[in-house]
Design a protein. Structure first.
Length: 341
């Protein structure tokens, strides 16, 4: 007979602790909103027209942009109607055509101008809505952070599993490889790989960050595999003839997957900030692709002119997501810690 009062597993206990943490749930809600905006933007349901010129160059933040436009249009129409046409030139062969064309100008001038949408965060130098541009830029930055973190954690888990499980010369080789990467400052390693690749693009940034960010997950996963390979359940799997790869990834990995998950959350935050730095320095996304980093790169020149709204929008969005993700990561790490009761 199955015991209906079985003890909850690790993930059930972790979710129970997370639900009891109000800060963690609020941070999770913020992250969920950003992920929803990412999905809607990637699917084209929102901000697909972010490149449309909906305002004048460097239009300031305003909730009354359409009213101001109409007022300007009415003033312009009044000036046009007061202008007297020049006297006709009887020797001009196009005089009759010009006279007919001038007769249509007052009616066109008196027509109301096109209504423009309000711009709560203003427009950039091309007249693009900064709010829509920020959402579209977040799509690029978040995708880079998520995919690059997944690549780094996958490599770190694979290298750590092989190194910790086999030991010996295999472990020595991976430790030597790990020492080379960690002996160079991370930002210099990232810039070196970016200079070698010499090709801008989202895929290039993902490769740069993924190939340089695996060292942290490797160190932790190696230690976990060294500890777990001597456990009784691994010996039992060895007794029934399980292969080494099956023992590593079917038996040990489910018991250490929480370490990989926490590392994934931590690296997402770091890689979003790294993408911003790369794009700010000119090694990031190409022309025609917008990200928070490219927005900050544009905003440094705008700030000199007193145009602060694009900088504020991109920096606020990035700070909000990074802060929420960091708070959620800390709570998740505490919730998955088996020492926490």
């Amino acid at each position: 007979m199955q015991n209906s009062h079985a003890a909850p597993g690790l993930w059930a206990l972790a979710w129970r602790r997370l639900r009891a943490d109000r800060v963690a749930m609020a941070a999770l809600a913020v992250v969920g909103i950003f992920m929803l905006l990412l999905a809607l933007s990637a699917s084209g349901l929102i901000v697909k027209d972010w490149e449309d010129e909906v305002g004048t160059n460097y239009a300031p933040p305003s909730f009354l942009a359409s009213d101001a436009t109409e007022a300007v249009g009415r003033v312009s129409a009044q000036h046009v109607t007061r202008r007297e046409p020049p006297p006709p030139n009887e020797f001009d062969p196009l005089a009759a055509d010009l006279q007919a064309l001038r007769a249509t100008l007052p009616a066109a001038a008196l027509a109301p101008p096109e209504r423009r949408p309000s711009l709560p965060f203003g427009a950039d130098k091309w007249g693009h809505d900064v709010i829509k541009k920020t959402i579209k830029g977040g799509e690029t930055s978040i995708v880079v952070g998520l995919v690059a973190a997944l690549v780094a954690v996958s490599l770190g888990t694979l290298f750590g599993a092989v190194s910790g499980f086999y030991g010996g010369l295999v472990d020595d080789f991976f430790n030597w490889f790990y020492s080379i990467f960690t002996s160079i400052p991370s930002i210099l390693m990232i810039l070196t790989v970016a200079a070698v690749l010499q090709q801008k693009g989202v895929a290039t940034i993902v490769l740069i960050l993924g190939l340089t960010g695996w060292t942290g997950p490797y160190r932790l996963m190696r230690a976990e595999y060294i500890k777990h390979k001597a456990r009784e359940y691994v010996m039992a799997a060895d007794a029934i003839g399980a292969s080494s790869w099956r023992k590593m990834f079917s038996h040990i990995f489910p018991n250490v997957s929480h370490v990989a998950l926490v590392q994934l959350s931590i690296l997402v935050v770091g890689f979003i900030k790294a993408e911003v730095i790369l794009s700010f320095l000119g090694f990031g996304v190409p022309v025609g692709v917008v990200s928070w980093g490219s927005m900050l790169n544009e905003a440094q020149n705008e700030l000199i002119l007193g145009k602060w709204w694009q900088l504020t929008a991109a920096a606020t969005a990035m700070a909000l997501l990074v802060t929420a993700f960091s708070l959620f990561t800390d709570a998740l790490r505490d919730a998955l810690d088996p020492k926490v009761k």
